[in-house]
Write a protein that binds this ligand. Structure first.
Ligand SMILES: NC(=O)c1ccc[n+]([C@@H]2O[C@H](COP(=O)([O-])OP(=O)(O)OC[C@H]3O[C@@H](n4cnc5c(N)ncnc54)[C@H](OP(=O)(O)O)[C@@H]3O)[C@@H](O)[C@H]2O)c1
Length: 360
C-alpha cells in the first residue's frame, strides 16, 4: 500500500490532537500538514499546542516541527501538499460547510468529524461496518461540486456509535420497529477535561445541546438507501433518546430498549452479535477491530472505565441483554467517543476510502 500524505484541519483541538496521534502511528498515512485558526498559524505545532496537549502520549515527533497553517487562508498550499485532509475545526456550521467545500473544490478530499455536512444528501455519512455502500454517492457529489477527485465524506455523531452497531445486525432479520435509548456521555465529547469542566465533578447534567435530535435522526440516514446519487433516509425504526453528560473522561454508554416485528430469542441475538463481521474486517483495514461487537456475560459489564479501550477503542461493548416488560429487550452498549466515535471512526472511514480507490 502506498503512503498517503495527510493533513489535519483543526489539528490543535482535542479531536485534532487525536487525529495527529493516530496518524503518527499509521501504516498508510503520513502527516504532512497541520492547520488551525489564525491564532495558531505560523507556529511550530509543538508550540501551538503547548499547555493544551490533552493526549496520554507526548506530541508525536513527526508533528512537532510542522508549521501550523491557517485552515481558512492557506487552502491552496495545504491542498497542494496532501492526498486528503481530516477536518476537526470548531466553527459555525455554515462556515464549516463552506470551508470543507473549499477543500473539496481544490481537489482535496475531506473526511470530516463535523456535523455540518451530515444532512447534505450527496455527502455519505458512513460507519464502515454499517453502510459502506453509501460511498456510491461520491460520483454525484463530485458532479455537483465540479470536481475530478475532491469530495466530502463524514462520520456520524459519537452518541449513536454504541447502540446503532448493536441494533444493526438485528434490524432487518427481526424487523426492528422501535428503540428507546438513554445515553451517558463522557466530558471529552464536549472537548472538556475534569480540569476545564469542574461543574461536572459529582454531577450529571441532563442536557447536551442538539444531541437527542442527532441520536434519533442520524441512524435513519445510516440505514437509508442510495437513490439517484443521493441518500434517502429510512422511515423506520422510530427512535427516542435522552442524552446525559456524566462525570467520565472518555466513553459513551447507552441503555437501550428495543422491539421487533418478529421477536428473536436471547440466543439468536447473542449469535448475531458474535458472528457480525463486515467489510472493514474482510478488507483487514488497519484500524478495524477484529471483533466489532463484544458481548459481556458478567452482569456488571460493560463499564466505561474498564471497557472503553477494547480493541484500541474501536470495538463496541454490549451487555445485560434481558427481556423487558414494555419493549421486547433491553441491554447496555459502550463505545469510546473520541476513538471510534470521533477521530478513530474517521480514520477507519479514510482507510475504507483508500482501499476502494476514492483517494487515488
Ligand atoms: N470532542 C469530541 O469528542 C467530538 C466528537 C464529535 C465531534 N466533535 C466536533 O469536532 C469539532 C472539533 O471539536 P474539538 O473538541 O476538537 O474542538 P476544540 O478542541 O475546540 O478545537 C477546535 C479546533 O478548531 C480550530 N478553529 C477554531 N476556529 C477556527 C477558524 N476560524 N479557522 C480555522 N480553525 C479554527 C481551533 O484552532 P485554534 O487552536 O487555533 O483555535 C482548533 O484546532 C467540533 O465541531 C466538535 O463539535 C467533537
Amino acid at each position: 500500500m502506498k503512503k498517503y500524505k495527510v493533513g489535519v484541519i483543526g489539528a490543535t483541538g482535542m479531536v485534532g490532537q487525536r487525529f495527529v496521534t493516530l496518524i503518527a502511528n499509521h501504516p498508510w498515512f503520513e502527516l504532512t500538514e497541520v492547520a488551525a485558526s489564525a491564532r495558531s498559524a505560523g507556529k511550530p505545532y509543538e508550540e501551538a499546542v503547548a499547555g493544551r496537549w490533552l493526549m496520554q502520549t507526548p506530541v508525536p515527533d513527526c508533528a512537532k516541527k510542522l508549521v501550523v497553517k491557517c485552515a481558512e487562508t492557506d487552502i491552496d498550499a495545504i491542498a497542494g501538499n496532501v492526498d486528503f485532509v481530516f477536518s476537526a475545526v470548531d466553527m459555525k456550521k455554515e462556515e464549516i460547510k463552506a470551508l470543507e467545500e473549499a477543500y473539496a473544490k481544490r481537489e482535496c478530499p475531506v473526511v470530516s468529524n463535523n456535523s455540518a455536512h451530515r444532512w447534505t444528501p450527496d455527502v455519505p455519512m458512513v460507519v464502515p461496518e454499517i453502510n459502506p455502500e453509501h460511498l456510491e454517492v461520491i460520483p454525484s457529489q463530485r458532479k455537483r461540486l465540479g470536481t475530478r477527485r475532491g469530495f466530502i465524506a463524514v462520520k456520524s455523531n459519537c452518541s449513536l456509535q454504541s447502540y446503532v452497531p448493536a441494533l444493526h445486525p438485528l434490524k432487518d432479520e427481526f424487523g426492528l420497529t422501535k428503540a428507546l435509548v438513554c445515553t451517558y456521555q463522557a466530558i471529552s465529547g464536549a472537548g472538556k477535561t475534569f480540569e476545564t469542566f469542574p461543574d461536572i465533578v459529582d454531577n450529571v447534567i441532563p442536557f447536551i445541546g442538539g444531541e437527542e435530535e442527532k441520536s434519533e435522526q442520524e441512524p435513519l440516514k445510516l440505514w437509508g438507501r442510495v437513490e439517484n446519487g443521493q441518500i434517502v433516509k429510512a422511515e423506520s425504526p422510530s427512535i427516542t433518546a435522552q442524552c446525559f453528560r456524566v462525570a467520565c473522561s472518555d466513553g459513551h454508554m447507552a441503555a437501550v430498549f428495543a422491539s421487533f416485528a418478529k421477536k428473536p430469542t436471547v440466543e439468536e441475538i447473542k449469535e448475531r452479535w458474535s458472528s457480525f463481521s463486515a467489510l472493514p474486517q474482510k478488507l483487514q483495514l488497519p484500524s478495524a477491530p477484529r471483533q466489532f461487537l463484544h458481548y459481556f456475560e458478567e452482569e456488571n459489564r460493560p463499564q466505561t472505565k474498564l471497557d472503553r479501550n477494547l480493541e484500541n477503542g474501536m470495538a463496541v461493548s454490549v451487555g445485560r441483554l434481558r427481556e423487558d416488560t414494555q419493549y421486547d429487550y433491553k441491554f447496555v452498549c459502550l463505545s469510546h467517543n473520541t476513538l471510534r466515535g470521533a477521530a478513530g471512526g474517521a480514520i477507519l472511514l479514510a482507510e475504507l476510502l483508500c482501499a476502494q480507490g476514492y483517494m487515488d
